[in-house]
Ligand binder design. Structure first.
Ligand SMILES: [Mn+2]
Length: 240
């Protein structure tokens, strides 16, 4: 069983009928298992054991979730900033920094892409609608009203990227975010953008450590089976 790979997945807290519980969305776990990886939950309170997780997991999957506290990238909270979870921020930022420094690989989805960017020194738009500087195109809708299973906008994908190998130069994706990457961290490159220029994908510049998308492939996979390729590609790279 030496070909098995273990994927650490940080979990946030959700309040269920007055009881605080750790959670990872089922769709995220399914994506990893279907790709052949073994998922391991990392509760946000386990921050003291980050070194253990970095050593014992082959890779890490940073999932969707609440807004990263802007103090972690040197800003005061914008009036349109959303819900946040400081314990999860602390765990994930520490884990991302230490894991990448140790040469481990990471998959980031939605908030996960943003966490990886912030961990490496990048910044975010706290609220696209109020902060995004309009370039050649007006801002499109990134917080779709349609069910998340349905794709709503295109992404343009850069040549010679892992994303391009999976989807080609253009693909229709879902969109469930009001924040986005502003300044790209050193060491990362942009792999996909929406029509308005909003960053929809990031990868490592010189190696295969980071694969990240702004949309939700784990949910879109219900209507587009190709979305599983993101998980498959991540786990394949963990085996390599
Ligand atoms: Mn989008």
């Amino acid at each position: 069983m030496s070909n098995q790979v273990v994927v650490g997945i940080p979990a946030g807290v959700v309040n269920v009928k007055g009881t605080a519980r750790y959670y990872i969305n089922e769709a995220d776990v399914k994506g990893i298992i279907k790709a052949g990886g073994i998922p391991v939950m990392i509760p946000s309170q386990a921050r003291d054991f980050v070194d253990y997780y970095v050593e014992s997991c082959d890779g890490f999957f940073f999932t969707g979730g609440p807004d990263v506290l802007p103090s972690f990238y040197g800003e005061e909270p914008h009036v349109k900033m959303g819900f946040s979870d400081i314990q999860r921020d602390r765990l994930e930022l520490s884990l991302a920094k230490k894991a990448l420094a140790a040469g481990k690989k990471a998959l980031g989805i939605c908030r996960g892409l943003q966490v990886l960017n912030v961990a490496l020194g990048g910044t975010l738009y706290q609220d696209l609608e109020s902060e995004y500087e309009k370039t050649t195109h007006p801002l499109i809708r990134h917080f779709q009203a349609a069910p998340t299973t349905e794709p709503t906008h295109y992404v343009q994908i850069e040549d010679k990227t892992r994303l391009h190998n999976l989807f080609g130069s253009r693909w229709l994706v879902n969109s469930h975010h009001h924040q986005a990457v502003r300044q790209v961290a050193a060491g990362l490159k942009i792999t996909a953008r929406a029509q308005d220029g909003v960053i929809e994908g990031l990868e490592s510049q010189v190696n295969d450590q980071v694969l990240a998308v702004q949309w939700h492939p784990e949910i879109q996979v219900v209507t587009d089976s190709k979305m599983q390729k993101i998980f498959d590609n991540f786990v394949e790279h963990l085996r390599a």
